[in-house]
Design a binder for this molecule. Structure first.
Ligand code: AHR
Length: 499
């Protein structure tokens, strides 16, 4: 099969905000306990954080990490997680029917984040709590000194404020499963007031309003319009969440799911702009895609977990080769919308639907989905470029006609480097890609790396990573003509660099 495309310096979509390579740690399953934190582990540092996990998080290069939930946050009292650890309460986490020990809270997580070279994106509880608790935590986290909450932080041994810039106004408040679920109007009003007092406490922060939990929820669209009408002036971003799964074993259909993600982004962008126009506002609301991933492989196992355990192995999807292709297509989709998506969080980071897995007392390793994310985060900084493509399509069950090739490019002007990200969705045929490369004279083909495997069901385990990127030879850049061959069912990164 053949694909023809054009890489042109002037086909800019927008600057890539590095925060689109964010991730997420929730108090859920083994994300925190025996994930990032395990004081009894041989690799634990002086604070109890696993150094092997920290190394992998740094390798992944995640500029921002959302915390502490997720559904968890809608029943969480943030004050439970501060002060001497031995005095912290053990609580029922009603969102996940788990016992929460509170050994890790805001100060521990902020310290972990520093070591992991990531910024904290903190979600406040707007389920069971409100504006008062939200402004208190901003004061505790960010105010320098001389007030009740800032001095309490200092008495807890944290002299320098955490200076958290990004705050989520609750989580998935449209979802009937959410603790403290609200109507769009109720939530919109609450979020506006919470954001207002949070920003009065620290005018330097930015806030994210909850959009829809998924694109097919019946309230989608109406929810966005109403919450934006109530909170437009007080917030900066609107959130989107989406998860996909190959529940019926139809892989070609599964590989087309990023088309739904793209449509979701475009529709939400339209609603933001509709409200902007109706208000005749100057301010533009951008998007925070703060939960996205493949999630379905652990569903059966999760139904068997008994309630009220501490850190049970919940949502532990063992990802396969085909899941990495979907994650690759989703990353490309975020980049294709770089003009409006300014924040995105792969949900999640460790153990819970995660690129990094750990064994309690044992090793940590990279799941299949680790690699497309790490490569996009490494090479996908700069200006996202639209890539016009001529390629065949196939008909899918849910997503209409799906092109065999999914692609986008990113030009890093500072380092004079151009990266083309490309997924070949054909399960049986290699794709001969021919590109006209315009506006990049003096560039040479530096590398072509490809993630593929003869078995789409192959997965990585603690014993070995069988799915990992491999160099592909045979590619050429002659004058303005680039030709490379993409293996069947593969994620590819083709890097051109100035001599
Ligand atoms: O990421 C897992 C869960 O998915 C989150 O807690 C929730 O926000 C979403 O429904």
């Amino acid at each position: 099969m053949k694909a023809q495309l054009t890489l042109h310096k002037e086909f800019a979509i927008g600057e890539v905000d590095k925060r689109i390579y964010g991730s997420f740690i929730e108090h859920l399953g083994r994300a925190v306990y025996t994930g990032i934190y395990e004081p009894e582990h041989p690799q634990a540092d002086e604070e109890g954080f696993r150094k092997d996990v920290l190394g992998l998080v740094r390798e992944l290069d995640v500029p921002v990490t959302r915390y502490p939930g997720g559904n968890f946050v809608s029943g969480y009292n943030w004050e439970d997680g501060i002060g001497p650890q031995e005095r912290r309460p053990r609580r029922l986490d009603l969102a996940w029917a788990t016992l929460e020990t509170n050994r890790v809270g805001l100060n521990e997580f902020a310290s972990w984040a520093k070591k992991a070279r990531t910024e904290v994106m903190y979600a406040v509880n707007l389920g069971t709590r409100g504006a008062d608790e939200a402004r208190n935590i901003v004061e505790y986290a960010n105010f320098p000194r001389g007030t009740y909450w800032s001095d309490l932080r200092r008495s807890h041994g944290v002299e320098t404020p955490h200076n958290i810039r990004l705050w989520c106004l609750g989580n998935e408040m449209d979802g009937p499963w959410q603790i403290g679920h609200k109507s769009a109007f109720e939530y919109g009003r609450l979020a506006a007031e919470a954001s207002k007092v949070m920003k009065l406490t620290d005018p330097g922060i930015e806030t994210v309003l909850c959009g829809s939990s998924y694109a097919r929820i019946p309230t989608f669209g109406d929810w966005e319009k109403t919450v934006l009408e109530e909170a437009y002036n007080d917030v900066d971003y609107l959130s989107l969440h989406i998860y996909f799964g190959n529940r019926d074993g139809d892989t070609p259909n599964f590989l087309g799911c990023s088309l739904e993600m793209d449509g979701f982004i475009k529709t939400v962008t339209g609603i933001c702009d509709l409200v902007k126009a109706k208000r005749q506002a100057k301010k533009r609301i951008n998007l925070s895609f703060d939960e996205w991933n493949v999630w379905f492989r652990s569903n059966d196992a999760d139904r068997k977990i008994a309630p009220w355990e501490e850190a049970p192995p919940r949502l532990e999807d063992h990802y396969r080769m085909e899941d990495a292709l979907v994650v690759g297509c989703m990353l490309i989709t975020l980049l294709k919308n770089a003009d409006r998506v300014k924040i995105a969080c792969l949900a999640q980071l460790v153990n819970v639907i995660a690129p990094i897995m750990t064994e309690k007392g044992g090793p940590a390793w990279r799941q299949t989905i680790f690699y497309p994310f790490a490569q996009a985060s490494r090479y996908g900084r700069g200006t996202a470029l639209r890539v016009p493509v001529k390629v065949d399509t196939y008909e899918s069950r849910e997503y209409g006609d799906v092109p065999y090739l999914e692609s986008v490019a990113v030009h890093d002007g500072e380092h004079e480097r151009l990266a083309l990200f490309a997924v070949n969705r054909s399960l049986s045929e290699a794709l001969d890609l021919e590109a006209a490369v315009q506006g990049f004279s003096g560039y040479r083909l530096l590398e072509h790396s490809s993630l593929y495997h003869s078995e789409l069901q192959a997965e990585n385990t603690a014993a070995g990573e069988t799915v990992r990127p491999r160099p592909v030879s045979g590619g050429r850049l002659e004058g303005e003509r680039l030709s490379v061959r993409l293996p069947p069912a593969s994620w590819n990164v083709i890097v051109l660099e100035k001599h």
